[in-house]
Ligand binder design. Structure first.
Ligand code: UDP
Length: 451
């Protein structure tokens, strides 16, 4: 492809095939495309993105060899391990065809999700520069390496995942805030952490979807350990010229029409992201907590939100009680929802994308972390950035009702809303010309051009 008489340089981007990883990678692709690069998304067959939503990108499917049983097991750790083994040769073959095939635009570099670490070996083999994208908070890297280290030293076990005790030298984290994996397999988790965060990376840089104004000290601590530049260029979804729609589920836009009918700051938005699920008891507690709060709510209830029994839990009685006061959808256009003036709070599992999206709109949060990095993010939201409060115990309708009232109606909530507004302004400064994320993005572009 030629642009202004110059051959444009191609970047191959390889996301990890989960919603919270696909979104930032495709956002990064959109940003780099706007800087003049051609973009190829190399992707697994599992959870493959929809090319028609991204007409400017080329797509390169990589066979992933995952069986239906593996996919439906819900064991994310072992899925990631399988992908790192299964995709290696296939990616190598696909890329070497491009490299040796004399195609018009050369590959300037490969950018890969930190969880798809096999890519580094492939890029080295083909003598292609590579760059890592980290899609979590910087605090999560520190917490993950801490947990893995404690495990190696025999100083932590699964019982500690509920302990209130402080983690030494890791204020404000308690043991229960450490990123224990959903599978509860601490040994596999430690191995993954070692593979993912190898200190002597041969990749040229590490891109972060975070920003100095949120995580300066964690980023500085991490930079001391790596020889390559760490480039925080977040929040990626706010940089782009136009947001790509990378939802794997179909968005139900009817909730936007419902939001239009609500008054300013009156709605609590409830979503646990793309993976976390609840059992039937928790869903019943959540439903009645929402109903009893008397607050208007928009609840994302994915078809697979419920673990175990598939009874019709959101029963007619509940739906009749809430009437027009609540809106329930399978999947929402979340960024649009959070940007709507009717939304005044977010009851969230605190996945990193959701946390950033909430912060960027100045929306205070009720944190209900379920596993992994969500625990770390929730602690930072409530105790470092102080733009939310955490539901600490088992889900209980009384506690949910109380938390919603505190956030949406009380003085405490007002203070958090004010803090959230200030934080939003700081984030906006990071993105502007001369701001830290903008500067890091310029460095990234210069670096890629120098390859
Ligand atoms: N999301 C969405 N609609 C929904 C729920 C979630 O578009 O109804 C998006 C959300 O905006 C975010 C992503 O899905 O970008 C979820 O990522 P996150 O890191 O928050 O959580 P995960 O799904 O990885 O647990």
């Amino acid at each position: 492809m030629e642009k202004n008489g110059q051959i444009s340089r191609r970047l191959v981007l390889l996301p990890c095939p989960f919603q919270g990883h696909i979104n930032p990678m495709l956002q990064l692709g959109t940003i780099l495309h706007s800087k003049g690069f051609s973009i190829t998304i190399a992707h697994t067959e599992f959870n493959s993105p929809n090319p028609s939503n991204h007409p400017n990108f080329k797509f390169l499917p990589i066979p992933d060899g995952l069986s239906v049983q593996e996919i439906s097991s819900g064991d994310i750790l072992s899925l990631i391990q399988r992908l790192n083994v299964n995709c290696k040769l296939h990616l190598q073959e696909c890329l070497s065809q491009i490299v040796t095939g004399g195609q018009q635009d050369d590959i300037a570099c490969v950018i890969y999700d930190e969880l798809m670490f096999f890519v580094e070996t492939v890029a080295n083999f083909l003598k292609l520069p590579s760059i890592i994208l980290r899609t979590t908070s910087a605090a999560t890297l520190i917490a993950r390496t801490t947990l893995a280290q404690l495990k190696l030293e025999g100083l932590v076990s699964l019982e500690d995942s509920v302990s209130q005790g402080p983690v030494p030298n890791h204020h404000p984290l308690r043991f229960k805030d450490l990123p224990f994996p959903i599978s509860r397999k601490l040994e596999s988790f430690s191995q993954l952490v070692i593979d993912m965060y190898k200190i002597k990376t041969s990749s040229s840089a590490i891109i972060w979807n975070t920003m100095d104004c949120l995580e300066l000290s964690s980023l500085a601590r991490i930079q001391q350990q790596y020889q390559v530049p760490n480039l925080p260029i977040g929040p990626l979804h706010k940089f782009g010229p136009g947001l790509p729609n990378s939802s794997l589920l179909k968005e139900d836009a009817s909730c936007m029409a419902w939001l239009e009918k609500q008054t300013k700051n009156s709605v609590i938005y409830v979503s646990l992201g793309s993976i976390a699920a609840m059992d039937e008891r928790e869903i019943v507690e959540m439903a009645w907590g929402l109903a009893n709060s008397q607050q208007r709510f928009l609840w994302v209830f994915r078809p697979d939100s419920i673990r175990g029994s598939k009874n019709e839990v959101l029963s007619l009685i509940f739906k009749e009680t809430i009437g027009e006061r609540g809106c329930i959808v399978n999947w929402a256009p979340q960024k649009e929802v959070l940007a709507h003036s009717a939304v005044g709070g977010f009851l969230s599992h605190c996945g990193w994308n959701s946390t950033l999206e909430s912060i960027c709109e100045g929306i205070p949060m009720i944190c209900k972390p379920c596993f992994g990095d969500q625990r770390v993010n929730a602690r930072y939201v409530s105790h470092i950035w102080r733009v939310g409060l955490e539901l600490e115990n088992e889900l209980d309708r009384g506690e949910i009702e109380k938390a919603i009232r505190r956030l949406m109606a009380g003085k405490e909530g007002e203070a958090m809303r004010e803090k959230a507004k200030n934080l939003k302004e700081k984030v906006e400064l990071c993105l502007k010309e001369g701001g830290s994320s903008n500067n890091s993005l310029n460095k990234l572009v210069e670096m890629i051009m120098s390859f």
